[in-house]
Write a protein of this length. Sequence first.
Length: 248
Amino acid sequence: MFKNSIRLIKSALLISTVALSTSALATKVVFDTSEGQIEINLFDTGTPKTVANFLSYVNDGSYDNTVVHRSVPGFVVQGGGYAFEGSLSLTKLPTRNSVTNEPVYSNRRGTIAMAKIGGLPNSATNQWFFNLVDNHNALDATESGYTVFGQVVEGMDVVDKIATYATCNSIPTIDFVCAAESVPGVENLVTIYSATISDTSTDSASSLNPVENTLIDAKDKEDSSGGSSSILALFAMSLLILNRKKIH
């Protein structure tokens, strides 16, 4: 009995050690853009599927020579899905299979999250967005939550700068007059020259401070509570009917 207890304790300690070493994993990626560099630190352990999906696009060069295609000041700056080929009718890039939604962390200023199709919680593929402000009230519980998978550690001033540019069809533009006959050049758009892994150190997670997404939990609990209440109400009604039958 004593030996079994010792064995269980050793097993628990081993599991704890593995969990601690795994939770320290983090990967840094640098976007080299026409406006400056943006370095992000990924939440490898908290959102493993999303990080693996994102890194697969980074590793095969899918984000190289793409453009930031959406800017909503006071909300988000978005990229990852389009390339510029001489017209504001940007070229949509090919995507792989979508990734399972992982709404673990909150959409706070400086975080990067996956974009997806409305009404399809698990539809994220290659597009991502930077949160310009704390968007938790708007995004954490909407569409089953948006997956935050990293945070900006260097270059948030670059993201903020992009958000100041005028937009044409939501696309941030530089020194460009948005008109039907206007044709932009590459210098008029925010270009992502490359996305590369800059650091895979296991200790880079120590500087991260993600906020937990509690709104999605509250919504789930509310939905669960509502469902339980309905079941209890039906159960009570059934008992009432049975009692009435017995009385009569």
